[in-house]
Design a protein around this ligand. Structure first.
Ligand code: 13P
Ligand code: MG
Ligand code: MG
Length: 399
């Protein structure tokens, strides 16, 4: 049968600031999930949080972008919002940017990642004798946070030796989205390994370009799907960070979990954290971690599931970053974060102007830009401002 994995995520409120959703909120979402399971809409589902974002991880047979599945998730997030409102939590309904989406949730605020595949997990199945996948969920950062680690995991044998094996050696197609294009999903397909440098030159710009999906060049199977959309492009203003989710299938024809998680040992710097306007390292954390660290250090969780023949998530889940080995990376991230915070607002510590322009920082900068005065003959003014008195002006350089 064809199975779809849908991960739908939203920040609809959190306790004591933008930290984590309350237990009551999570329970409200779970009640809606149980109803959807009882009605047969979903085959299986799992609810968790990373920072202040609630993720619904589900399997079903209705295909990506299905209205019923997306409307169920919207309703679940509304239920969570109602609880957040009742208890006076921060940012109730923050990511629900429209009143009522008519169909699917793309462009309505919640993050969406989906993959559909033929599911027949038997030993004789050459492509996928067993289905296993991971879900990445990040808080306090944008979708570009996955650019570097997923590129390394799917295109660089220094991180994924499996790429040198016959099953993977043809490489992967990177479908890269221009997140600044608001007319629709604007995608370019580039192939690793031959387009390696071209992929890198786009993915270096985490704020504009993101990986939408990754496809195996051996058999056309979709390996990964990322919620690569920018909320400020939808809302036209800063409403919170995008906090992306990703589904990544692993093993067999895809990289193994250790190959996919090893790039996260970098704790690389990403845009986001405090007021969505700074640059801080991405810290791998166990599932259900709250954001209480210094300056909203961006967090990423990574859990794994296997999928039984009936589409159910078999035998619980595995939490990849909940392991003492990752304590070392967490320490490194904290040190890198403190080093960056040492320089406060200066230069690389904050995002460039074009990112800030969606937040209130833009208004203050614009107000000041309006007061600039062109120094020169007769105190010519810029933007209607009063001329600077001659005595306080810098002397013009002698010719
Ligand atoms: P969230 O998008 O996680 O709510 O974070 C918003 C923010 O600006 C943090 O300072
Ligand atoms: Mg929030
Ligand atoms: Mg968040």
């Amino acid at each position: 049968m064809k199975v779809t994995l849908s991960v739908l995520k939203a920040d609809v409120g959190s306790i004591g600031g933008h930290t984590k959703p309350s237990e009551r909120m999570l329970e409200a979402v779970r009640i809606r999930v149980r109803k959807a399971l009882a009605q047969g809409l979903l085959l299986d589902a799992f609810v968790s949080h990373t920072g202040d974002d609630i993720a619904i991880i589900s399997s079903h047979t209705r295909g990506p972008g299905n209205t019923d599945v997306h409307q169920f998730a919207w309703q679940a997030f509304l239920d969570g919002t109602a609880v957040a409102q009742k208890y006076g939590l921060y940012g109730a309904g923050q990511d629900l940017l429209v009143d009522a989406p008519s169909g699917n949730l793309r462009g309505a605020g919640p993050a969406v990642a989906e993959i559909e595949f033929e599911h027949n997990p038997v030993k004789t199945n050459k492509v996928r004798p067993a289905e296993s996948f991971m879900v990445l969920a990040a808080d306090k950062c944008g979708p570009g946070a996955y650019n570097l680690p997923l590129f390394l995991g799917f295109a660089d044998p220094m991180y994924c030796a499996g790429l040198m094996l016959p099953k993977l050696i043809k490489g992967f197609t990177f479908r890269i989205i221009d997140m600044d294009n608001t007319k629709g999903d604007s995608i370019i397909e580039l192939n690793a390994p031959e387009d390696y440098y071209k992929i890198a030159i786009l993915l270096r710009d985490n704020e504009r370009f993101g990986i939408d999906s990754i496809v195996s060049r051996t058999d056309g199977e979709v390996a990964a799907s990322i919620s690569a959309q920018r909320m400020h492009n939808i809302a036209g203003t800063y409403t919170g960070k995008d906090d992306p989710v990703a589904i990544v299938r692993n093993q067999g024809i895809f990289p193994a979990p250790e190959e996919l998680t090893s790039p996260f040992t970098k704790a690389h710097y990403v845009g986001g954290d405090a007021r969505g306007s700074h640059v801080m390292p991405l810290m791998p954390v166990p599932l259900n971690t709250a954001v209480t660290g210094m300056y909203c250090l961006p967090l990423v969780s990574c859990i794994g599931f296997s999928v039984a023949a009936d589409g159910k998530f078999s035998d619980s889940y595995i939490d990849f970053f909940d392991n003492p080995a990752w304590d070392e990376v967490r320490r490194k991230a904290q040190e890198k974060g403190m080093a960056m915070r040492d320089q406060g607002w200066s230069g690389a510590a904050m995002l460039p102007y074009h990112e800030l322009e969606y937040s209130g920082f833009r208004d203050v900068i614009t107000g000041l830009v309006d007061r600039f005065v062109i120094a020169g003959a007769n105190g010519a003014k810029a933007n209607g401002a009063k001329p600077i008195p001659a005595a306080t002006r810098r002397a013009a350089p002698k010719k």
